[in-house]
Structure formats: C-alpha cells, structure tokens
Design a protein around this ligand. Structure first.
Ligand code: ZN
Length: 213
C-alpha cells in the first residue's frame, strides 16, 4: 500500500517528466494534482522559459487542421488509447504515448505536449473534458487507427487520413521524388509506418496543405 509520501514523490516524478516534455504549469497541475504554486517553484523558476500562449482547444482545432497535423494527432492518440486499454493510468499513458510519438515523427513536432494532453482529455472525457469528443477508429481498408468525432463508425476509408496520404503519394510527384523506393504497403502496420516516414519528410515542402500549429 503506497504511503502519502510515495504518492507525492510519484506525482513529482510524473510532473518532472511532463515539464521536460514542455508542459505548461496548468497541464501538470491537472495531470498530477500538485498545486500550481509548488509546480511554479519546482519547474518554472525561469519566467523566460515558462510556456505561454493560448491553451489548445482540440475539438475545434482538429476538424479544421491540415492532413499532416491530423495524422500526427492520430499517431499520438492511437498509442495513448492502446496504453489506456492495457491498464496504464492516464498520466503515465500520456507521457509514454507522447514520447513514442516523438520517437516516430521528427522535429519540429506538430503536436505539442499540451496539445497531446488536450487530445487525451477529449478522447477519454477526463481532465479538461466532461465527456469524450473523439474516438480512435480503425480504417476498414488499411487498418490504421485515426482520430474522428466521438461515435464515428468507419464503414469505408473515406475519412482515413493514412489512405488519403497514400492516395496523394500516387499523384504527387514531389512526394514520389522524396520516396523513390516507396512500394505500396502490404499490411496495416506497414501502412502506418510508411505514413510515419512520409510525415517526417513532408516537412521539406512536399506537403500540399498549409498552416502550422
Ligand atoms: Zn486507411
């Protein structure tokens, strides 16, 4: 049975990981329950280094974001949901899924830690959200998992971001030049991995969408 001290130390260690990943004070407060004043003192003593700006609002943002932003949000969310379904607590799942996302995609990351927190909140209906606004659904064609409005049932691949990226590859010569050895993937994991590679390289002008987070 963990003592109060064990739980407090655990919360501080989790807070430290969140801070290292760029979380703002309010995000860490909501994840760990530690008081903002304590978090300020521990992690945000340098005002110049304190994250600022408007907090993300993903239910509004996601549906108008460009394809690559939504694909990266989906990569994070599919890992997060998988960890949650295997019994990870929300805070640990968030940190692990965000690290996993950053190991897959390359800097500059389109999804900030605060954005990931916001996505997780609105996928699980926790922290910032009273009820879920997103579901992670599997594409019936390529089996990749992507984020969609809550309750969406994917009967076709019309909404699948990864199928759309593959389709774009077929007609976009700039993408083809980026991936001269690309071959159509043969399984679900292959599709998502191909697309992850695509995401990493699309930064160099191959993306037809506009706008940055
Ligand atoms: Zn698909």
């Amino acid at each position: 049975m963990p003592t109060r001290a064990d739980r407090h130390v655990g919360a501080i260690l989790l807070a430290q990981q969140c801070a290292e990943l760029g979380a703002r004070c309010r995000t860490i407060h909501l994840i760990t329950g530690l008081k903002p004043r304590e978090l300020q003192w521990l992690f945000f003593s340098d005002p110049q280094a304190t994250p600022r700006g408007r907090a993300p609002d993903s239910p509004e943002w996601y549906h108008s974001a460009n394809l690559l932003h939504r694909a990266e949000a989906s990569i994070f969310s599919s890992v997060y949901k998988r960890l949650r379904s295997t019994g990870f607590a929300a805070g640990e799942a968030l940190v692990s899924a965000y690290r996993s996302y950053r190991s897959i995609c390359q800097c500059p990351y389109r999804i900030s830690f605060d954005r990931a927190f916001d996505l997780a909140s609105h996928t699980d209906g926790i922290w910032l959200a009273k009820c879920p606004a997103f579901s992670v659904v599997a594409c019936p064609a390529c089996n990749s998992q992507f984020l969609a409005a809550f309750g969406t049932v994917a009967c076709s691949n019309d909404e699948c971001l990864f199928c759309r990226l593959v389709q774009r590859f077929g007609t976009d010569q700039r993408l083809q030049r980026s991936f001269p050895t690309h071959a159509p993937p043969t399984d679900a994991a292959g599709t998502q991995m191909e697309m992850m590679a695509l995401l990493c390289h699309a930064e160099h002008g191959a993306d037809g969408d506009s706008g940055r987070q």
